[in-house]
Design a protein around this ligand. Structure first.
Ligand SMILES: C[S@@+](CC[C@H](N)C(=O)[O-])C[C@H]1O[C@@H](n2cnc3c(N)ncnc32)[C@H](O)[C@@H]1O
Length: 436
């Protein structure tokens, strides 16, 4: 096992670490490479990394005669890590003789192996029979297999809707009413970005739901509609946090609802892709004091920390296209103008003080909106907030050379919004949705 020639020196006892070092630095190999037999021998090592690198190097030899050996190794190998490398080596042979093996590997229980087999078979996708086999994997149980097959065979690369445009009737529009009713009047693929903070179940009094389930269902319906009106591949940033409904009497405990966690799985089912979770960190004195009682009694189990964070869940409307596909549809001048300036957030913890407003109890700080809008949209884009409240998203959109579209159910908040946007900023505000 520990003998070397080209790889190192034969008949010398070497530590695994030294063998590995030699294997890793082998670089390009040619058919005339003399130590093929050594690499084959090394596959018997007990060290999985040595087995991995022996296969990795054997694959570089591009020697069709190794196919039988690879097949044998694959049967023998137990780790997913090394099996994946063997399956990859089989595919890299680009040999028609490997097709039956790769077809069999499509039935493997390990998705890593299936993916390697798909990769290997894609080389022969011009062959009708292979193409049919691959196309049949469109609804495969593994999501990555599905994605690759969709990109390879079913993706339409055309620009169906112009990414950088938005309908005039929604630009700088504020509409009064229930978002679900209002969105019925909005065409598919109209908006570029949504940034919003939905009502906090029944924790504040601007909307009351008869149960937590009906609250969640309302949110799911809303975000399904938001999905419909969002352009392909564009973003929804959803700000929520767990809430507490205080106890109804001394005999009962308060109830905490984990809103972001309960919303999430349904978002994925309706076609949003999870991208990131950003933590909005607030100074501790701004949070409701929950530790006061604990501080006195210090009894375990009754510990309750002060909650100083909210979550910004970053979702993207599912698309097989890369972000680059979107860039290409914007004029270069807009891409250049929209570049994010120095001083941007480099981690997913954003430390921002909360804001207050004399008319609304839960407003976004403009600083938070500015970041979201600048990181997730281009100048001239249309930014939507279905739960507009005091209109922070709209104000930030204007400040950052974007259009806004806001909906708000509460007539008092709506009237303040109209007043604010018309008097302070400009006359070009549209009230209500009118497609004419
Ligand atoms: C958490 S607040 C949003 C505050 C906002 N982010 C801001 O910066 O001022 C939620 C808002 O959604 C509104 N709202 C609740 N249900 C609604 C619905 N069905 N349609 C439209 N707006 C709704 C409430 O009146 C409230 O103003």
């Amino acid at each position: 096992m520990k003998e070397f020639k080209e790889i190192g020196i034969r008949n010398l006892k070497l530590e695994d670490s030294e063998v590995l070092k030699s294997l890793k630095k082998l670089g390009k190999l040619h058919k005339e490479f003399k130590d093929q037999d050594l690499l084959l021998k090394l596959f018997n090592s007990e060290n999985k990394n040595i087995r991995y690198y022996s296969i990795n190097n054997l694959a570089k030899l591009n020697n069709e005669k190794l196919l039988k050996k690879f097949e044998y190794f694959l049967k023998k190998e137990k780790t997913s890590y090394v099996r994946r490398e063997i399956a990859s080596a089989i595919g890299r042979l680009r040999s028609k003789k490997a097709i039956p093996i790769m077809k069999k590997l499509l039935e493997d229980s390990d998705p890593n192996i299936i993916l390697q087999a798909v990769r290997g078979l894609l080389i022969f996708k011009d062959d009708d029979k292979i193409r049919k086999i691959l196309e049949d994997l469109k609804d495969h149980q593994n999501e990555i297999v599905q994605k690759i097959i969709n990109i390879e065979f079913f993706d339409n690369d055309e620009y169906l809707s112009k990414q950088h445009e938005s309908p005039n009737y929604l630009q700088n529009c504020i509409a009064h009413g229930d978002v679900l009713k209002l969105l019925k009047k909005v065409n598919d693929e109209s908006i570029h970005l949504t940034f919003t903070s939905p009502p906090y179940y029944n924790a504040r009094d601007y909307s009351i739901y008869n149960s937590y389930q009906s609250y969640l269902e309302f949110l799911w319906k809303t975000f399904k509609e938001v999905h419909r009106i969002t352009k392909e591949g564009r973003f929804l940033i959803l700000n929520t946090s767990p809430i507490i409904i205080p106890r109804t009497g001394r005999k009962y405990s308060s109830i905490r609802y984990p809103i972001p966690f309960d919303i999430h799985s349904e978002m994925i089912k309706m076609g949003w892709e999870y991208v990131d979770d950003i933590v909005w960190l607030k100074p501790e004195p701004s949070a409701k004091n929950r530790v006061a009682g604990f501080n006195l009694h210090r009894k375990p189990l009754a510990y309750k920390p002060n909650c100083v964070t909210e979550t910004l869940m970053v979702y993207r409307k599912k698309s097989n296209k890369l972000i680059d596909w979107i860039f290409k549809q914007y004029p270069k001048s807009i891409v250049d103008k929209s570049k994010v300036k120095d001083g941007y957030e480099t981690s997913n913890v954003w430390k921002i003080d909360p804001s207050s407003d004399k008319n609304h109890s839960a407003v976004f700080p403009i600083k938070l909106c500015d970041k979201v809008i600048n990181y997730y949209s281009f100048e001239g884009d249309l930014v939507f907030d279905p739960f507009a409240g005091s209109g922070s998203v709209g104000l930030s959109a204007i400040k950052n050379n974007r259009y806004f579209f806001l909906t708000e159910i509460n007539k008092v908040y709506f009237d303040i919004l109209i007043e604010k946007f018309k008097s302070n900023l400009f006359d070009d505000v549209k009230v209500g949705i009118n497609q004419e």
